[in-house]
Design a protein around this ligand. Structure first.
Ligand code: ZN
Length: 274
């Protein structure tokens, strides 16, 4: 009769794609999958190597960075309540995204299909929250100052897109397309106020603020491109099973976008109130 210890260690044995639970599979990632297991076991796999380890740690590190930055912002940023609130909303949305994502990748992907699908929805809520939150400083520093009523209209449109995106049914075989739908809808909604602002901003405003937007868009866009193309694993199957697959690179790009946008907003606020 197998002992509890034996069952436990057997659960932690990694399996190939064809033996992995269907809902946990990635295209072109052939090895390094965990079996389905109870959530305490999945939690215990935080310090074990498998094909979700890098996904979990990139966003756990992001969570720690953002919590620290949020605490700093709330206690030290010296330039008015509105600017502080806008940056704080963005950092709080990033904390939400990183916490949801790390939890989904650590626990959700190892749970049975029903529970895993529910946790995937939490992950998507986190992504949408971050994209919406990324616009809070932009609206406050740019279009919100020039056309507050338009800013409210954009936010309403953005919220409607997000509700629509979240209501799309999540199926086990729909992991990639569902996320892409969410991202495209949210980015389209977010691009409206930026386009409006570019049309009405002065040359000095464009010079001061456009680089921040470009930096954020570059990292979000580049990460989304790798994600959609499934680069590099599509071209090199089994070479990126544990490290540097497209999903993991997407996580790194999201972290880079958050750090870049946060640093720009902080610098811009400090400069404009100096
Ligand atoms: Zn992810």
């Amino acid at each position: 009769m197998p002992t509890m210890q034996r069952i436990g260690s057997d659960l932690m044995t990694l399996v190939s794609r064809d033996r992995a639970p269907e809902h946990a599979r990635y295209d072109f990632i052939l090895n390094g999958y965990r079996k389905t297991m109870p959530w305490p076991r999945a939690l215990g796999s935080l310090f074990k190597m498998h094909n979700e380890t890098f996904n979990v740690w990139t966003h756990l590190i992001g969570l720690v960075w953002c919590v620290n930055k949020l605490a700093q912002t709330l206690t030290t940023v010296p330039c008015g309540a509105r600017a502080t609130a806008a940056i704080a909303v963005f950092l709080a949305s990033a904390c939400c995204c990183f916490a949801c994502s790390a939890t989904y990748h650590l626990i959700g992907t190892a749970l049975p299909p029903g529970a895993s699908a529910a946790m995937l929805k939490i992950d998507i809520v986190g992504i949408v929250t971050l994209i919406a939150g990324s616009w809070a400083p932009g609206l406050e520093f740019t279009i919100g100052r020039r056309a507050p009523l338009n800013a409210i209209a954009y936010l309403t449109t953005s919220a409607a897109f997000m509700v629509a995106a979240l209501r799309v049914r999540v199926r086990d075989d729909d992991r990639v397309s569902m996320r892409v739908v969410c991202l495209v809808l949210s980015v389209c909604a977010g691009a409206l106020p930026l386009g409006h602002w570019c049309a009405v901003a002065t040359a000095a405003e464009l010079r001061a603020q456009l680089p921040g937007f470009i930096g954020m868009f570059f990292f979000y866009g580049f990460g989304a491109l790798l994600f959609v193309l499934q680069f590099p694993e599509r071209w090199f199957p089994d070479k990126f099973d544990l490290w540097l697959s497209s999903h993991q690179l997407w996580h790194v790009c999201v972290l880079a976008a958050v750090v870049s946008w946060s640093s720009f907003c902080e610098g811009y606020v400090l400069e404009s109130c100096a």
